[in-house]
Ligand binder design. Sequence first.
Ligand SMILES: [Zn+2]
Ligand SMILES: [Zn+2]
Length: 265
Amino acid sequence: MKYDTHVHSTFSPDAVSTFEDYSRKIDEGKVCGIGFTEHVDFLPECGAYGFFDYNAFMEKINEYRNKGYEFHAGAEIDYVKSVEEEIKTHLQFHSYEYTICSVHMINRISVSNSKKREDLNTDAAILDMLEKYYNEVYSGVKNGMFDIIAHIGIYRRSLKEEYVNEKIELVIKEYDNELAKACANSDKIIEVNSSGLNSPIASTFPNVDFLKLYYEYGGRKVSMGSDAHNAENVAFGFDIVEDILREIGFRYIYIPWEKGRTVKI
Ligand SMILES: [Zn+2]
Ligand SMILES: [Zn+2]
């Protein structure tokens, strides 16, 4: 019983697969249900700003549901505190089955795509980015608008290895510890994003250490998301994620489109 709660279709500008492509993955038995979380962006610098067509999206969701597919309408909200009012207004007029809070933009530049950021080349620059990143995620955790906190630690994609020294790792550890505690004390579901397993980082977001801390602080609500931008990657690495979670002690995966629904690992 696998449910992928974070995929993108051609309703996102950076994805290549249609709903039809994803429906075939259900036919093939790769997943039981799929949550589409297209990019909904509010900063003009974001890659999908102004792209998302809500009405056409909902129409397609309903079309496939009527055909019997377990497709769900989510949204990956590109969160930064400075556009919180715009997000609130959007959510007032557009309803989704669940919302994902994703922090991508720090100093108005993405830390989440695979491009290494040339400007993050000193301790000071990295520490500044980290402070801002964790502050934004905290605000998302405290915010009532979201159901899921996505891919914690995604900024690792933008860091060049040679600049990540012991001091930086230590600071990250401290931030992770505090954030894991805050997540465990919140009502949010923490997404385990498997997309990093396919990259040189070879790690989930958040990573195993963070998930252990979250569990130790009493956190139990985790979901799985592949962040597929191509239907071929739906549920990518979920067996590995399940092993990681089981090993830590987790017994259930949370299904965000139905409050309180869980699936045994
Ligand atoms: Zn994202
Ligand atoms: Zn995504």
